[in-house]
Design a protein around this ligand. Structure first.
Ligand SMILES: [Zn+2]
Length: 292
């Protein structure tokens, strides 16, 4: 993990999931997220001790396992405080809730893996208890209660509120819990003014306008694709199959859970906005495009 300084006291560790660092005094730092797993946690501990810093607290933007995977090893070694927002905190404290939320019931064993379920760590503080210099702001949509952090160096850590162009162009669909809130969060992001913006899974950006538009346009495209599929009434499994075919996605259990859960979010959004109707027929729930 390469340590990169991006402000007077703001740094990040370049990683699959970027790790934000804010140095609050000569020797203590706050981390923003902790990566995929205990290996990431060990690398973070090493990078921090190489600088003779100590970890004062961990701030989790949200509870997805690739953002909290290093929590446990860091907390076990240093009794570190962990800050998280409401429902994200509930999942961090009870990791089984993560695959349960994706699946909608008790998840079978293939879903109780480290992609969906981090080792248990314990949230000890609310985000309201953060030091005043670290501003948090809400970024709902990608997950239940995600937050971002602004440091006094005018640098914004954005969690997964903006998906990278690489991911969008390759996979098209990216995980969303609530489409309406995701779109509202994109509108909010477009109002932010800052020196640098750090999405969790791509390079830092000085200007996020293009990436906001790419995210928004892809969501609109996916909505239209679903509506096209639902020109005739379809059940959920059929729509999912057509989506995988249309975007040439690789179907496996992990993708079934991530894309399947995301499809449910889209169906919910399109139904709520009167674009789709529900038909209960022949013991099936069918979705059909509403004709104006
Ligand atoms: Zn996430």
């Amino acid at each position: 993990m390469e340590l990169i300084q991006i402000g007077t006291n703001t740094y990040y560790l370049k990683n699959n999931t970027n790790i934000g660092i804010y140095k609050i005094n000569e020797s203590e730092v706050y981390l923003i997220d902790t990566g995929n797993d205990s290996d990431a946690g060990k690398k973070i501990l090493k990078a921090i001790s190489n600088q003779n810093w100590t970890i004062k607290g961990i701030i989790n933007t949200h509870s997805h396992a690739d953002h909290i995977g290093g929590n446990k090893i860091i907390q076990d070694r240093n009794k570190t405080d962990i800050y998280a927002n409401n429902l994200e905190g509930a999942i961090i404290n009870n990791p089984i809730l993560s695959p349960s939320q994706f699946y909608g019931a008790y998840p079978f064993k293939e879903f109780q893996n480290k992609i969906f379920m981090a080792e248990k760590s314990t949230v000890t503080k609310s985000v309201a208890d953060l030091p005043k210099c670290l501003e948090y702001f809400k970024l709902p949509g990608h997950s239940l209660d995600m937050i971002g952090i602004k440091t006094p160096d005018d640098i914004y850590f954005l969690g997964d509120s903006l998906i990278s162009s690489l991911t969008i162009n390759k996979y098209h669909l990216f995980y969303i819990y609530n489409v309406e809130e995701y779109l509202n969060t994109l509108d909010y992001l477009s109002t932010l003014k800052g020196k640098l913006f750090i999405p969790s899974h791509t390079e830092p950006l000085q200007d996020i306008t293009d990436l906001i538009n790419l995210n928004r346009n892809k969501i609109k495209e996916i909505c239209n694709t679903i509506l096209q599929i639902c020109t005739t009434k379809q059940n959920y499994e059929n729509i999912l199959k057509e989506i995988f075919n249309y975007y040439h996605l690789h179907f496996n259990l992990t993708q079934y859970l991530i894309i399947g859960s995301t499809l449910k979010a889209y169906l919910s959004y399109l139904y709520t906005n009167n674009k789709l109707k529900i038909i209960l027929e022949d013991n099936q729930l069918l979705w059909e495009k509403n004709t104006p």
